[in-house]
Each structure stands twice: as structure tokens, then as C-alpha cells.
Design a protein around this ligand. Structure first.
Ligand code: UD1
Ligand code: UDP
Length: 455
């Protein structure tokens, strides 16, 4: 069986890592090589900065992509069309039995659309099984999530991808209901769990070895041990166009965040879209380092201004971060996007996460860290019913009140548990894990594909 796995944007890499691991495990476990799975990894190039792409291949030990489409950025139409144009000859050349797409980004819908309309002259799968179509089967991992907000580009991508997929692998039971309501046949829907959480489960111990807390001045490097306390801090990410592309909305959110950051340092890992908007709208003064986000020097603990992408203007404030003997002050501290292990370490040890990310709502649920979601809706309701997620909306007063209330609740739990023993947090929160978020989703997916194609 030949599987083609597609990835293109940051959150895709965590999701495919578990599937690729599961393929390797399958190949090791079988005795008869006839049942070997060949896989090809296609990287569309939707995200291309080292910190948005290669960094994850290194952290997750992902194999180098077999095919790199190098599409880069563009409007939705240009990016989607460019992926389709470049993907069509690839799929025709390799003729996979199954194309696996993950998540809800433009790379997901573009590659699924190509696969749905292609026709192979002599497909191996149809020779083996005449009931199969003369094209690859399409497997969508993370199917059925719905925000019911069609102004979100991702919602359109989800709806379209699900409508043309043959295998719909879901992360939560609500997703099955959404798909059934849309008329998708029950026998195409498989509730398997969450591949992004598989990757978290596999890497959370290793992430604790990261030195990011020391580099950011959140933990004294001279005292570093597995159990030494970092200072209390929050983590922030923002990248939804609805939050950052409109000047007034973005400013409103920043006003709220500035209030929250009066009480604790907040590390803002700034997405490239958001950096562009901060500069375009002149919002640099909301941050402690008004000229540019900071990048971590690879070979020292110092934090330096990044001169490669942004014009260096002032190095004001760098010294306080660079000095890892001084605890980081309150305020919004802007850093470039972090690698997976550093970011997982940062989230796991934080007091609070504020975000509009989809994946981070799920990760904080498993880590047991309160998550304030800066959106009016979520396509991942299980993170509210089972997890630590609070939907705060985007109004200033609501954000401040949700954040302060989460911090109060958190303080009342037990600061010692929180800061001294990460493992006890993880194990306490395990009982709250949504069903099947157990690290095995990738294996379930591969088993279902194997059974379906070889039976
Ligand atoms: C995309 C996804 C979004 C996902 C997010 C994850 C779509 C429609 N959106 O949004 O669902 O949550 O990725 O991070 O697919 N840029 C760089 N370097 C990069 C990548 C992007 O500088 O490596 C800049 C470019 O100016 C680009 C902008 O960021 O125009 C936005 O990138 P794009 O991939 O279009 O959308 P995201 O906002 O990243
Ligand atoms: N992430 C990361 N470094 C960062 C910010 C996020 O490794 O600086 C990880 C995060 O832990 C999660 C994924 O990126 O695994 C989420 O991606 P993103 O928020 O870009 O996309 P979304 O989930 O909203 O689609």
C-alpha cells in the first residue's frame, strides 16, 4: 500500500508526525513484506520560515519531505491554486492508494481537491479491489470539527475537505454528529482520537529538558533542576485574521492583554502574520521591545534582536531578558515563533495560556493549563466540556475578567503542585482527558486503512 501524507503549515507537522510513526511501527510489526506500507511525504511549502517549518522536522525527527512544492504565501485563491497546480503532476507520477490530509489549512483542501478529481490509468488499488475508485482514497485526519462560522477560512476548508473524503477520522464525538448531520455516510466516519495529542504525549518528557525558561529569564539557570520553580508567567499566541487583520479589533485585544500582563510576564510567540500587522498598524509600543521580536541565539543564553527579517532599531529591554539571573518583569514580551519542544516546555510550565490557536486549546486541555481562547467560537468544544478552555470572546472587559478568574482559580489549586511537579499535574489532568486522547490515534488510523484496503 502506498500512502501519500500531505503537510504544509505549522500545525500539520505535529499531526503527521504521529501518522508517520504509526506507519513505521506497522512496517516493523508485520512479518510479511507484501503488507508493507510505503509512504511519501509532500510538503506544500505553505509555511517556509525555518521557525515555522524546518524547526519542527528537527524537533519531531520527521523524515525530510520527499516532495517539496515550494508554494509560499499568497492570497487564498493564489495559494490554493498554486498547491493544486503543483500537486497534480506529483500525484499522477506516484499514484498513491491513499492521500492523507490533516487539519483545516489551505494545503489540506487544495490537495484533497486534486486527489478527488484525478484519474489513474492503472490504479493498483482498483486492480486489487474493483469496487475502489480509479483515484486515490482521501483520508481526512481531524474531520468534522465545526465552528459554524463561515467567515473563518478554515471552516470552508473543513466543510469542503470532509465533503470529498473517503475516510473521516475524528478527534471528538461531536465531530461525528456534525458529519452525520451533513449527510456523510456513517461507514466513512471513524472516531480515533487526536494525532496532535499523540505527538504531545510522545514528547512531553523530552520537552522538559528544554532550556527555554532559562533563556527567557523565567527560571534561574544557576538553580536549574527538574523541580526548580520558574516565575509565574503567561503564554500568548494570536494569528487569526479576524483578530489581527482588523486594526480596531487587534488594538482592543492588545489593550486587554496589556492589563493582564500588568500582573505577570506574558511571553508572546508572534506568528509572522501578526508581526506584519504589528508593524503595519504601529502597535510596537504594546510590547516591551518596541522595535522587533526577539530571537534566541542558538549558542548562548542571550536573547538578541532578530536582524534577519526585521530592521533592527533599538535594543531597549534586551538586557533584562538576556540576564537570566533576573526574573522577567511583568509585561508583554514578544519573541519569534518557537520550536515545538521549547514551546511545549513553555506552555507546560505556564500559569495561563491566552490564544486563538486551534491546536493549543487541545494541548492545554491535556497539560491541565488554563486556556483563555480569544475567539467568539470554537470548533473544539470538547476542550471546554472536558478540558481547561474558556471561550473569552474578543471584548476587552471579557478577556480581562476571564484571565483574572483563571489565574485566581489556578492560585487556589496549589502553587506547589503547579510549579514543582509537572508530572502530578499531568496525572491529575489525565482523568479529564477527552476520550481516546491517549497517544494511540495514529496507530488506529493506520490499522483502519490497512483493514479497509487489504480486507
Ligand atoms: C495558516 C492557516 C491557519 C493556521 C495557521 C497556523 C489557512 C487558510 N490558514 O494561517 O488555519 O491556523 O496557518 O499557523 O491555511 N508568513 C511568513 N512565513 C511563513 C509563513 C507565513 O512570513 O513561513 C507570513 C506571510 O506574510 C503570509 C502570512 O504569514 O502571507 C500568513 O500565512 P498563511 O499561510 O497565508 O496563513 P496563516 O495566517 O499562517
Ligand atoms: N507552536 C509552536 N511554537 C510556537 C507556537 C505554537 O510549536 O511558537 C505549536 C503549538 O504547540 C501547536 C501548534 O504550534 O502544536 C499550533 O499551531 P498554530 O497555532 O499555528 O495553528 P492552529 O492550531 O491554530 O491551526
Amino acid at each position: 500500500m502506498k500512502l501519500m501524507v500531505i503537510a504544509g503549515a505549522r500545525p500539520n507537522f505535529m499531526k503527521i508526525a504521529s501518522i508517520i510513526d504509526a506507519i513505521k511501527m506497522h512496517n516493523v510489526s508485520i512479518e510479511n513484506s507484501t503488507f508493507n506500507i510505503q509512504h511519501l511525504l509532500v510538503h506544500t511549502g505553505q509555511h517556509y520560515d525555518d521557525s515555522m517549518s524546518e524547526a519542527f522536522f528537527r524537533d519531531l525527527d520527521l523524515p525530510k519531505a520527499d516532495i517539496y512544492l515550494e508554494v509560499g504565501s499568497g492570497s487564498h485563491a493564489i495559494q490554493t491554486a498554486e498547491i493544486m497546480k503543483r500537486f497534480e503532476p506529483v500525484i499522477l507520477k506516484h499514484q498513491p492508494d491513499v492521500v492523507i490530509v490533516v487539519g483545516d489549512v489551505n494545503s489540506t483542501v487544495a490537495s484533497a481537491l486534486v486527489a478527488s478529481k484525478i484519474e489513474y490509468p492503472h490504479p493498483q488499488s482498483a486492480i486489487r479491489n474493483p469496487h475502489l475508485p480509479r483515484r486515490p482514497l482521501i483520508a481526512h485526519v481531524e474531520a468534522g470539527l465545526r465552528s459554524f462560522d463561515r467567515t473563518m477560512p478554515e471552516e470552508i476548508n473543513r466543510l469542503l475537505t470532509d465533503a470529498i473524503s473517503d475516510f473521516l477520522f475524528t478527534t471528538e464525538e461531536g465531530a461525528n454528529r456534525n458529519l452525520l448531520q451533513e449527510g456523510i455516510a456513517k461507514n466513512k466516519i471513524f472516531f480515533v482520537g487526536n494525532t496532535m495529542i499523540d505527538t504531545l504525549v510522545r514528547h512531553r518528557e523530552k520537552a522538559q529538558q528544554s532550556e527555554i525558561l532559562e533563556k527567557l529569564g523565567l527560571r534561574n539557570s544557576q538553580l536549574k533542576t527538574q523541580t526548580s520553580n520558574p516565575v509565574p508567567y503567561g503564554v500568548l499566541t494570536l494569528h487569526r485574521p479576524s483578530n489581527v487583520d482588523n486594526k480596531e479589533t487587534f488594538q482592543n485585544i492588545l489593550e486587554a492583554l496589556k492589563e493582564v500582563a500588568k500582573d505577570l510576564p506574558v511571553i508572546f510567540s508572534a506568528h509572522p502574520r501578526t508581526i506584519n500587522r504589528i508593524r503595519e498598524f504601529g502597535f510596537e509600543n504594546y510590547f516591551d521591545f518596541p522595535s522587533q521580536p526577539l530571537t534566541l541565539s542558538p549558542d548562548s543564553n542571550a536573547v538578541r534582536p532578530n536582524s534577519s527579517r526585521l530592521q533592527p532599531q533599538s535594543s531597549k529591554g534586551v538586557s533584562s531578558l538576556a540576564s537570566n539571573l533576573q526574573p522577567l518583569a511583568c509585561g508583554l514580551h514578544c519573541v519569534e515563533p518557537l520550536g515545538y519542544l521549547d514551546f511545549l516546555c513553555l506552555m507546560s510550565n505556564s500559569k495561563l495560556v491566552l490564544t486563538d490557536s486551534g491546536g493549543m486549546q487541545e494541548e492545554t486541555t491535556v497539560l491541565g493549563i488554563p486556556c483563555i481562547t480569544l475567539r467568539e467560537n470554537t470548533e473544539r468544544p470538547v476542550t471546554i466540556t472536558f478540558g481547561t478552555n474558556t471561550l473569552a470572546g474578543i471584548q476587552k472587559e471579557q478577556i480581562i475578567s476571564a484571565a483574572l478568574s483563571a489565574l485566581r482559580k489556578y492560585d487556589s489549586v496549589s502553587p506547589n503542585t503547579v510549579f514543582n511537579t509537572q508530572h502530578s499535574i499531568l496525572s491529575t489532568q489525565h482523568s479529564l482527558c477527552p476520550p481516546l486522547w491517549d497517544g494511540q490515534a495514529g496507530q488506529r488510523i493506520i490499522q483502519i486503512l490497512v483493514n479497509s484496503l487489504w480486507s
